[in-house]
Structure formats: C-alpha cells, structure tokens
Design a protein around this ligand. Structure first.
Ligand code: KIV
Length: 278
C-alpha cells in the first residue's frame, strides 16, 4: 500500500483530528532527509528568496527559481505531498497566466499542488487553477508578498474588522475549492475560529495551537538562518554553530597538515611510479 500523503489525506486528517506536519525544503538532500523522517507535506516556499538567495523579501523570486527548486526537491520526495509556492506576480496579472504558471510547477517542477497568497482578492486565479485540476492551498494573514502594503512583517487580524475580513477570506477560499489554508501570523483565537468554520484543514505558522497542522521554514528550525528569527519559530537544532565548528576544524587540519590522511588518499603501483621518476 502506498504511504503517499495526498490532498485527500489532508482532509482525512482534519476529520480524524490528526495534526498535519509540514516543513519547507529547497534542495534534494534536505528534501530526502525530511521525507524519510516522515513529514506529511513539503513546501518549496518562496521563502527561498530569503534563506537560499539572501534577499530581504520574497518579492525577487521568479517562476524559473521556483520551478528549479521544486524539481530538485521532487527528486528527494517519496511520500510527502509536494507543494510548490507561486511567486510574486505569477498569478496576479491574469487567470491565464495563473493557470500557466501553476501548470509549470506541476509539469516541470513535479509538484503535487500549488500554494498562493491572498483571500477574496485572489478568488478568480484560485478558481481557474482548481478548474485546471491543480490542487490549491490558500495562504492568508501575514502574506509576505504584500509586505509593502502591510508596511512590514506584522501580526494580522488583531482588530474586529480585520479579523472578520480574514474569516471571510477563509470561507471564500474554501468555496473556491482550496484543499487547505495556511494561516500566518494571526492571533490563535482567530485561527481557532477560522479552523472551526472551514471544513478544509488550516496549517498555522505563528497562528497558535488550534490549527489543523503546522508549517515552519526548515532553515529556521535547524538554526541555520540568523538574519532574523520570528517569535513563532522554535529551534530544534543549532546547525549554524555546528557547521562553523566543523569548518574551523577543517581549516586547522589543512593548515597544520593533519588532513588528508592515508585513508583519504589514492596510491599508485610502485613500478609505474619508478618509471615516472626516470
Ligand atoms: O514561503 C514559505 O516558506 C511559506 C511558508 C512558510 C508558509 O509561505
């Protein structure tokens, strides 16, 4: 029997009240580790603009970047549901562009589903992509592609009208056919209300305990990205320090001629060697 986690598994998990686990990945090796560890879903997030490319926001990420990283990740994934993020301006200009770009993530990037940011304002592209038989994950709350509208990375939905607008966004996305909705940086009480109101699972990032699942950026949980650490991140490892230590040891070994040793070295037949010296 296949262990593949599917969009149907997302819906089943909500019904069975089983929490859904999701992490980002951007390359083959990491995807393989995360997948074999048993994660339910892997997101190739446009957060790669920050953690892979070193930009200050996700706005510089292109469709070609996303396709490239999705394809790398897909080779390491056997069981997790692979979701490709639609980057800034890849679904905003027309529904035709949105379907074409979502299709690229499926055909070229080998993703199983796509994610895009926005609620009521993005219902047309969501419907068009779903009509093309491509599963869509919604994303509301703090949507990083709107950073210039929000004026920074701020918690969303704190007053009544903004909270009501987010509830309406979630209901509109559900109605448009998404299989799941990411809730980013919203108060957990609001995330709870949304989670109870929609039948599709909510996946929280900085949205508290009551969401149907959780997602975090892999570089954040491994302690590899230190430009900034949001309040909602829990670090499960401190790889930045570990990597620094390993690199320092390597530098010292090379400088002091402790590396390479015999076990790392190839030798040749003595008789051939003699001829080379003649
Ligand atoms: O780009 C990303 O990694 C994301 C998630 C963290 C939800 O959108």
């Amino acid at each position: 029997m296949s262990n593949k986690f599917t969009t149907q598994s997302f819906l089943d998990a909500k019904l069975k009240k089983e929490k859904i686990t999701m992490l980002t990945a951007y390359d083959y090796s990491m995807a393989q580790i995360i997948d074999t560890s048993g994660i339910d879903s892997i997101l190739v997030g446009d957060s790669l603009g920050m953690v892979m490319q070193g930009h200050h926001s996700t706005l510089d990420v292109t469709m070609d970047d996303m396709v490239y990283h999705c394809r790398c990740v897909s080779r390491g994934v056997k069981n997790a549901l692979l979701i490709g993020d639609m980057p800034f301006l890849s679904y905003h200009t027309s529904t035709e562009e949105a379907v074409k770009n979502a299709g690229r993530l499926i055909q070229e990037g080998k993703a199983n589903a796509v994610k895009l940011e926005g609620g009521k304002n993005m219902i047309e592209p969501v419907k068009a992509i779903v009509r093309a038989q491509i599963p869509v994950m919604g994303h509301i709350g703090l949507t990083p592609q709107s950073v210039n509208i929000f004026g920074g990375y701020k918690v969303q939905g704190k007053n009544e009208s903004k909270a009501r607008a987010l509830i309406e966004d979630a209901l509109a996305l559900e109605e448009a056919g998404v299989f799941s909705i990411v809730l980013e940086a919203v108060p957990e009480e609001l995330a709870r209300i949304i989670t109870e109101k929609v039948k599709v699972p909510t996946i929280g990032i900085g949205a508290g305990r009551y969401c149907d699942g959780q997602v975090l950026v892999i570089n954040d949980i491994l302690g590899m990205f230190s430009d900034f650490t949001p309040k909602f991140v829990k670090q499960y490892a401190h790889l930045k320090a570990n990597i620094s230590e390993a690199v320092n040891e390597y530098i010292q070994d090379v400088k002091e001629q402790r590396f390479p040793e015999k076990e790392h070295t190839f030798t040749m037949d003595e008789s051939i060697l003699q001829k080379l010296h003649e």
